[in-house]
Design a protein around this ligand. Structure first.
Ligand code: GLU
Length: 477
């Protein structure tokens, strides 16, 4: 989305990059090499639908190949364009570097309104788009691995994986050509929830650092914090659900396409989502809160934490001065424009930047890719061995207690939990939690350790550009 009087999304990302790179000691040549987008492929293809040929335009952009494969989602939306795809590909480069997912950055998009087509038509369109990318190695387990993004999900990824397998019948690693597949088609447990889960883990980590919480003029933990969420899609829904059900946050407003739903006591997110499923994704009329038409104005309502989880450019120069949230976590990619970022910083708002905040998706994609290449489910070898060791300990404790007449007994629910070996979902969540904590700590070290670093976004760029630069240097560039 181009905001009037502001740079395009692509330029906005570059301006943020430039702000950070000024504080680094990179050669101008290397700086330029990292900033530019390596290539963008545009494809126009026809599909015979409803008795006539429909032409679609799609893109796959590769921002940086300092590590391969390159990684990033495929978006289905009418607003997809080259500028947007390139901005998103650049963000993928920085995101992967920040969370140490060993990939370069890429992104794809198709100009389409998925709501206008039925399942069978979407399958034909997706397979044809995938065919165009596969034959140019723009989908490939070792070179370019797409994933879901706005407007796509498990279903589309399964079609892409199957299309790749049909075209590469002897590739033993075919399943690793795309991530975000359903578990029955080579996917991994916990990928659907991953981005929202990552937002939750990011906030938990932020609130572990009292000093950082104080910078946002907040105190205490997540319990009771008032939260506004924009967008109840896959990311916003999971983030809001986990924060309210597990951390005691109050979701006081949800902003959607047709306005916002407010409830000062906190919304029941699962109930709201179920209601939306039955009402074409709309929120108007939902009985568990008050509906207001102008959703955008609700971004400006007072709250503790604002979670933009929809589109880019929703907080811009015009509305930024009126934003009241002291803490914003960018669950979407690029929701704050370069101009708005400056205004918010001057107001003292703490922004947890997109390349960190929404990196949970690509992190679990990384686990899925590794699972596909190793051809075995995580935990399959260890789970029962882990259980057996725990059982040994429990039995020994019980034996000691009865031999010595100590009268100890272990509570049943403790025993049950202690004896349980980790299954795939538990391991995925553990890996994601560790990733989000480690990446936050890398950012905050730079944020607090250097007095020329004002904010977490610049800190995030410094960490990731430093890593990309090191990769290029070790290649002899
Ligand atoms: N589309 C997601 C993102 O923007 C996920 C990418 C991936 O899993 O490769 O990060």
């Amino acid at each position: 989305m181009k905001v009037a009087g502001e740079p395009s999304f692509r330029d906005s990302v570059d301006l943020m990059f430039n702000r950070a790179v000024r504080l680094m000691d990179l050669s101008p040549g290397l700086e330029e090499k990292i900033r530019v987008c390596n290539s963008t492929y545009t494809v126009r293809f026809g599909v015979r639908l409803r008795g006539k040929i429909e032409t679609f335009t799609g893109y796959r952009s590769v921002h940086s190949e300092h590590m391969e494969p390159v990684k990033g989602g495929i978006r289905y939306a009418m607003a997809v364009n080259q500028d947007e795809v390139e901005a998103l590909a650049a963000l993928m480069t920085y995101k992967c570097a920040l969370v140490e997912a060993p990939f370069g950055g890429s992104k794809g998009g198709l100009c389409i309104d998925p709501r206008q087509w039925d399942d069978h038509e979407l399958e034909q369109i997706t397979r044809r788009f995938a065919y165009e990318l596969i034959k140019r190695d723009l989908i490939h387990p070792a070179q370019n691995v797409p994933a879901p993004d706005m407007g796509t999900g498990e279903r589309e990824m399964a079609w892409i994986a199957d299309q790749y397998a049909r075209m590469n019948t002897t590739d033993i690693n075919a399943k690793a050509c795309v991530t975000g597949k359903p578990p029955h088609a080579g996917g991994i447990q916990g990928r659907v929830e991953a981005t929202g889960r990552g937002v939750q883990y990011a906030l938990r980590e932020f609130f572990r650092h009292r000093e950082d919480v104080a910078m946002a003029r907040l105190s205490g933990g997540l319990e009771g914090k008032r939260v506004i969420v924009q967008g109840l899609g896959n990311v916003g829904y999971h983030a809001a659900k986990f924060l309210s059900e597990e951390d005691g946050c109050k979701i006081v407003a949800v902003i959607e396409r047709d306005g916002a739903i407010l409830n000062d006591k906190g919304l029941d997110i699962e109930d709201l989502r179920q209601w939306m499923v039955g009402h074409q994704g709309l929120v108007a009329g939902y009985p568990g809160g008050t509906h207001v038409e102008g959703g955008a104005a609700v971004l400006e309502e007072p709250c503790d934490i604002l979670i933009p989880a929809a589109l880019e450019g929703v907080i811009h120069k015009e509305n930024a001065p009126r934003i009241k949230a002291p803490l914003i976590i960018e669950a979407a990619n690029g929701p704050i424009t370069f101009g708005a970022d400056e205004i918010l910083r001057q107001k003292g708002v703490v922004i947890i930047p997109d390349m960190y905040a929404n990196a949970g998706g690509v992190t679990v994609s990384y686990f899925e890719w590794v699972k596909n290449l190793s051809h075995i489910r995580f935990g399959r070898m260890q789970r029962r061995a882990e259980e057996a060791r725990s059982r040994l300990l429990v039995e020994e404790l019980e034996r000691l207690s009865s031999d010595k007449g100590l009268g100890w007994s272990l509570a049943d629910d403790f025993k049950e939990r202690f004896l349980q070996g980790s299954d795939e979902l538990a391991l995925v969540r553990s890996g994601l939690d560790d990733t989000m904590r480690t990446a936050y700590q890398a950012m905050r070290e730079v944020w607090h350790g250097r007095n020329d670093v004002e904010d977490l976004r610049v800190a995030a760029y410094l960490v990731s550009i430093g890593r990309v630069a090191a990769a290029y240097r070790s290649k002899g560039l």
